[in-house]
Design a protein around this ligand. Structure first.
Ligand code: NDP
Length: 263
């Protein structure tokens, strides 16, 4: 079953982002290369990297060697906070490493300090206008920090990539982003989730899938974008295989109820 997409707002049209991508943090060298090749083999077309991950060259080689057409791929990279003021040069270095002439999504990895926040966002808007990033967004931003960018520039980030999974679930955060037309992209879907939780296990057993697959299915059924990381081919394939079953409304509500961490 192919991975569906959701629309991201971008000047001059809508950019479709596949709702499930491969995370690549802490994967480097051959490990990163092999993980990307395995994900592409499993039908994943969206890859999440960052300048900070020091694996853009490996990711780029895997994308090129796969032979998958550029238009089918969705590649995200991110500006590290210590590169505020060097935005354009940093993006050019990312593109060179990736072997691409544009990325599909460029994110501010963490909010820079003070006045650099709106200034960095201005540079992102310029990069998008120059065709170097089809969509632009942020990561680890609060709603107030998003509002600051909109007030300063009139341009809303297409996405906010935040730590997000069952224990983080908070409808107020969902509403805050949705009301601003910012897509919620969840990172670290597995790391803080207790896979032995009885509710999670019961749902997994009912569908004959793993707790990890239930977590990913919960994300996409909510309309979130999610980027599980794995360097293990069998897990990469398993994580991509969450579009052949659906959780019931009761199951979704029970899983929502596991959200206890209120930030
Ligand atoms: P995840 O929550 O994706 O968990 C990754 C871990 O789960 C790895 O140890 C992996 O093992 C294991 N795993 C993956 N799939 C399965 C499975 N089906 N069954 C059992 N274990 C599994 O962690 P990340 O923190 O890496 O988050 C995902 C991605 O989000 C990152 O890689 C990165 O791209 C992004 N991110 C962004 C941040 C930001 O500040 N914007 C911060 C953190 C992450 P193994 O690899 O050995 O198979």
């Amino acid at each position: 079953v192919p991975v569906p997409s959701v629309p991201l707002t971008a000047p001059g049209g809508v950019v479709e982002i596949p709702v499930l991508g491969l995370g690549t943090w802490q994967a480097r060298g051959a490990e990163a290369y092999d993980a990307v090749r395995a994900a592409l083999d499993a039908g994943v077309r969206h890859v999440d990297t960052a300048t900070m991950y020091a694996n853009e060259r490996d990711v780029g080689r895997a994308l090129a060697d796969s032979g998958v057409a550029r238009e089918e791929l969705f590649v995200t990279t991110k500006l590290p906070p210590d590169r505020a003021g060097q935005e354009a040069a940093t993006l050019e270095a990312s593109l060179r490493a990736l072997g691409l002439d544009h990325v599909d999504l460029w994110l501010v990895h963490w909010p820079p300090q003070g006045r650099a926040r709106p200034e960095t966002w201005e540079r992102f808007i310029e990069a998008q206008a120059a065709g170097r990033a089809r969509a632009i967004g942020v990561s680890n931003y609060s709603a107030a920090q998003i509002d600051e960018l909109v007030t300063a520039t009139g341009v809303t980030p297409a996405i906010d990539q935040i730590p997000w999974s069952l224990p983080d679930y908070d409808p107020a955060v969902v509403d805050a982003l949705r009301s601003r037309a910012v897509v919620l992209e969840g990172y670290s879907p597995f790391k803080r989730t207790r896979m032995s939780d009885a509710t999670l296990r019961a749902v997994a057993d009912a569908h004959g899938v793993t707790p990890q697959q239930v977590v990913l299915r919960w994300h996409v059924q909510h309309g979130f974008v999610v980027i599980p990381k794995s360097v293990t081919p069998a897990r990469i394939a398993q994580n991509a295989d969450v579009f052949g079953f659906a959780l019931t409304d009761e199951e979704m509500a029970a899983l929502d109820g596991l959200g206890q961490t209120r930030r």
